[in-house]
Design a protein around this ligand. Structure first.
Ligand SMILES: *[C@@H]1O[C@H](CO)[C@@H](O)[C@H](O)[C@H]1NC(C)=O
Ligand SMILES: *[C@@H]1O[C@H](CO)[C@@H](O)[C@H](O)[C@H]1NC(C)=O
Ligand SMILES: *[C@@H]1O[C@H](CO)[C@@H](O)[C@H](O)[C@H]1NC(C)=O
Ligand SMILES: *[C@@H]1O[C@H](CO)[C@@H](O)[C@H](O)[C@H]1NC(C)=O
Ligand SMILES: *[C@@H]1O[C@H](CO)[C@@H](O)[C@H](O)[C@H]1NC(C)=O
Ligand SMILES: CC(=O)N[C@H]1CO[C@H](CO)[C@@H](O)[C@@H]1O
Ligand SMILES: [Ca+2]
Ligand SMILES: [Ca+2]
Length: 581
């Protein structure tokens, strides 16, 4: 009898044992803008290495770097000319080894960006393919053009439009054919219907795993395959929005250039490769994070299919896609529910929460500067994985750049010095503010690749470290408490309160309770937590709250009577949760 009880306890303990990435906290570094070690105005690997202790100190489990590979930088590293080399301005493979070693020392997992949809047109493969070198002919997607019956001119094989505007096909005078580029013309799409190419890309993944990376964040995976007929031709895409400029990608409905079934299969094949690598070489689980802005159902297909495993982090872009600074508590709850409710009902998968990345305007600028802390509270206390883009911990906002200062091809291709800013990704890519010295301490150079935001004198790491309380300190309290079982493993129940002004949720694990209140209303609210959730003790402790809340960490509140201001978020804990106040 006693033996049985002990066995049951062990079994229960095993069930709850989480793999390192489960409930993990991940941080995205945009290498060009994080830290410049040699004063050339561009961030680099030694700069990153010198700041990894800061990242670890934020409470992160893993860090992913946007591309550091050899690249002509037509799309700031998303145009790779050598998947196995480091771009000289970022450093060398030796510098990379030092970054890996520093990550190991700090017990931080390093994740690399993998850009599988396209190479640079300066990649050796493209050079060979364009010249029809035997074995490389089909590494890219080459097609003859069509003769336009009205004009008698040679036109591209389909009407497909690039993400960066204009036709997704470009003529090669060498090959006398068009090649497909879903992004910049300097980013030719590679052909996943070539088995040799498929193996090349798998070898790239193995190469970096051999060097010690813990996994990959997979760029724009949805575009891997394009729908193809048996005769090798492609279908035109239907018009989606006739009000869009016909050179703009929003003009077409991308049903044939995105989300094809073969794409999911490739993701599962990569997952198998990662798992086999672990079986053969040992070490911890390697993870895969996937980028898809598609509808929830499609993004979640990357989780896997039946027994086949896929992405551990199919990025959840619902907040990015659906919400803005006017969004209500109800909008937030619906958006969160839509991800949770659609998740496949199987074990071994987790939700994940994302506010921003290097492709979006700053989260605070999009979703409300006054809500900066509230948003970090949300992402860090929901069940599953949290992802932070550099600067969100400081509640950084967009940096305004003039047309002359703009370098992002997505903005430059608008050729519109008036309205370029809504297309520009530069406002979220400016140098990271470390302190109040020149360029926010990012670089000693007089000019940096993008200028630092003018507010670095007040919004910077050093100032937020020195302050009694700050966005950064709130963020760190969140990542600390997040390691407690109530957040890592606790149940989740969410509801709307106070005439839908407040979004509230309870996390519960054994006798531990956490209640999170987020006031999205326009006025102060008095919340009766007891009326909303069962099993909440009569008194709760304030663990942390938005900077301007006026609340005191460690203070007791009556669960029947919690007063929170507009745009304020608060984390309340039962005394059974072990926490420092
Ligand atoms: C600043 O950067 C430019 C361009 O990288 C470089 O040519 C110059 O030498 C740098 N200046 C200093 C003072 O390091
Ligand atoms: C390929 O590269 C070689 C050597 O750099 C160059 O001479 C040649 O013009 C390139 N060919 C194409 C098709 O770009
Ligand atoms: C794609 O896969 C889904 C799910 O397996 C299936 O229902 C659908 O018919 C497939 N579509 C095509 C075009 O093969
Ligand atoms: C938010 O609401 C204000 C006032 O109604 C409006 O001017 C603004 O365009 C809205 N912003 C967004 C992003 O919808
Ligand atoms: C809070 O709700 C509980 C449960 O519905 C109720 O018993 C109590 O009277 C309420 N307290 C206040 C202050 O509204
Ligand atoms: C979020 C992200 O990484 N987006 C990238 C998607 O792919 C294009 C082309 O590689 C890049 O320009 C984006 O930055
Ligand atoms: Ca540098
Ligand atoms: Ca493609």
């Amino acid at each position: 009898m006693t033996k049985l009880v002990i066995l049951l306890i062990i079994a229960a303990a095993n069930c709850q044992e989480l793999d390192w990435w489960e409930g993990g906290n991940f941080y995205q570094i945009y290498p060009r803008s994080y830290m410049d070690s040699d004063g050339d105005g561009i961030g680099d690997l030694q700069g990153i290495k010198s700041k990894l202790a800061y990242v670890k100190g934020l409470g992160m489990d893993g860090v992913w770097l946007s591309p550091i590979y050899k690249s002509p930088q037509a799309d700031f590293g998303y145009d790779i000319s050598d998947y196995r080399g480091i771009n000289a301005e970022y450093g060398t493979l030796e510098d990379f080894d030092e970054v890996i070693a520093e990550c190991e020392r700090l017990q931080l997992k390093l994740i690399l960006d993998f850009v599988p949809n396209h190479t640079s047109d300066e990649h050796e493969w493209f050079n060979k393919s364009e010249a029809s070198v035997p074995g490389y002919e089909d590494y890219y997607i080459w097609r003859d053009g069509k003769i336009d019956p009205y004009t008698n001119l040679l036109v591209p094989p389909t009407n497909w439009i690039s993400f960066f505007r204009y036709s997704a096909w470009r003529w090669s005078n060498i090959r006398k054919q068009f090649y497909l580029h879903q992004f910049h013309y300097k980013q030719p799409d590679i052909n996943y219907r070539s088995p040799k190419l498929v193996q090349e890309m798998k070898d790239v993944l193995s190469y970096w795993m051999q060097k010690g990376v813990a996994g990959f964040r997979i760029d724009i995976i949805v575009c891997l395959f394009e729908k193809m007929f048996e005769d090798g031709t492609f279908p035109d895409e239907p018009i989606d929005n006739p009000n869009c400029d016909y050179n703009d990608p929003c003009y077409l409905n991308h049903i044939y250039t995105q989300d094809q079934n073969e794409t999911y299969d490739m993701a599962y094949q990569w997952r198998e490769l990662l798992d086999n690598f672990k079986i053969l070489n040992g070490g911890d689980t390697r993870i895969m994070m996937t980028e898809s802005y598609a509808a929830v159902e499609k993004a979640q297909r990357f989780y896997g299919d039946g027994d086949r495993k896929g992405s551990y982090v199919p990025f959840n872009f619902e907040i990015i896609k659906n919400l803005n600074q006017n969004s209500t508590a109800k909008d937030y709850k619906n958006t969160i529910d839509s991800w949770l409710d659609h998740m496949p009902k199987k074990t071994g998968i987790q939700a994940n929460w994302v506010l921003g990345n290097h492709d979006q305007h700053r989260a605070a600028s999009r979703l409300g500067v006054d809500r900066g802390d509230l948003l970090n509270i949300l992402v860090q206390t929901l069940p599953g994985i949290a992802i932070t883009y550099q600067g969100e911990e400081l509640v950084m906002t967009n940096v305004h750049l003039t047309w002359e200062q703009t370098v992002d091809p997505q903005a430059c291709n608008t050729h519109d010095p008036v309205n370029y800013e809504s297309s520009s990704r530069d406002p979220a890519r400016t140098p990271f503010p470390w302190d109040d010295t020149k360029n926010g301490g990012f670089s000693t150079n007089d000019t940096t690749w993008l200028p630092a935001g003018k507010n670095y004198e007040t919004v910077n790491v050093k100032a937020q470290e020195a302050a009694t309380n700050s966005h950064l300190k709130i963020f760190r309290r969140l990542t600390t408490i997040r390691k407690q079982p109530v957040f890592r493993q606790g149940t989740y129940a969410g509801t709307l309160l106070n005439n839908d002004n407040v979004f509230a949720y309870k996390r519960e694990y054994e006798n531990q309770v956490a209640v999170i209140l987020l006031n999205f209303g326009t006025t102060q609210q008095t919340v009766n937590v007891t009326s909303a959730f069962s099993g909440v003790p009569a008194q709760l402790k304030i663990y942390t709250s938005s900077l301007s809340s006026g609340m005191t960490n460690g203070a007791d509140v009556l669960s029947t009577n919690v007063v929170i201001g507009k745009d304020i978020g608060v984390v309340l804990l039962s005394s059974t949760v072990s926490a420092e106040y």
